[in-house]
Design a binder for this molecule. Structure first.
Ligand code: PAN
Ligand code: ZN
Length: 197
């Protein structure tokens, strides 16, 4: 456990089975935990009836959740689609909106969909070697558009916290779906501008 450590430490993100043993927490998000997040509810129910597939996993190093610390770990989004919509994370704002985050893509291919409380949106590609800097105020969701796992390393301030409720209710302004086999950005009809919420 890294929570109590007061001296520097090293861990590996080489993705060998042994390197995963270094993490303190392993969170597994399955299809059943994504209720209401995918546009195609019929495809969602049909897929869930066949089994509760893993959509993504998070491996974390435990550190005190206070300003001055950094929360770090790996996010792994599995390949797949619900209807024509790619597997993705739930997505969140940080509870302390004034906190940034870094993502470093190690494997796979996909996108980070981002949005501010005012409704500005952005999409950036996640490809091995890409470092994504997410400034304060931008909510974020990673999306796997490839056919292998999308693996990213993340680091964010210890006191950031997570607000999932806003995204659960309205989703993101955009969705990334497959059209003729290619990732395509479309509007999310359930989204409402802040002044109409
Ligand atoms: C990441 C995310 C991780 C899983 O650690 O928490 O990719 O995504 P959700 O939290 O949206 O389920 C992060 O951005 N932390 O702040
Ligand atoms: Zn975050």
């Amino acid at each position: 456990m890294h929570l109590e450590r007061k001296t520097p430490f090293v861990y590996q993100i080489t993705l060998t089975p042994e390197s995963f043993a270094a993490f303190d927490r392993h969170i597994v998000r399955r299809l059943s935990s994504m209720l209401g997040q995918y546009r195609d509810q019929v495809a969602y129910a049909a897929m869930l009836s066949l089994g509760d597939a893993i959509v993504y996993e998070v491996y974390e190093i435990a550190r005190p959740e206070v300003a001055g610390e950094l929360m770090t770990g790996l996010s792994i989004v599995h390949p797949g689609k619900v209807g024509d919509e790619y597997f993705m994370t739930k997505g969140h704002f940080h509870a302390v909106l004034e906190t940034a985050e870094i993502y470093y893509c190690l494997r796979g291919q996909g996108y980070m969909l981002m949005e501010t409380p005012q409704g500005d949106w952005a999409l950036e590609e996640l490809l091995p070697g890409n470092v994504l800097y997410i400034p304060p105020y931008w909510s974020h969701r990673s999306i796997n558009t490839g056919d292998e796992k999308l693996v990213t390393f993340f680091a964010y301030p210890g006191h950031a916290g997570h607000d999932y409720a806003t995204i659960e209710r309205f989703g993101f302004r955009k969705r990334v779906v497959a059209r003729n086999g290619k990732p395509t950005v479309v509007d999310n009809p359930l989204w409402r501008p802040p002044e109409e919420r």
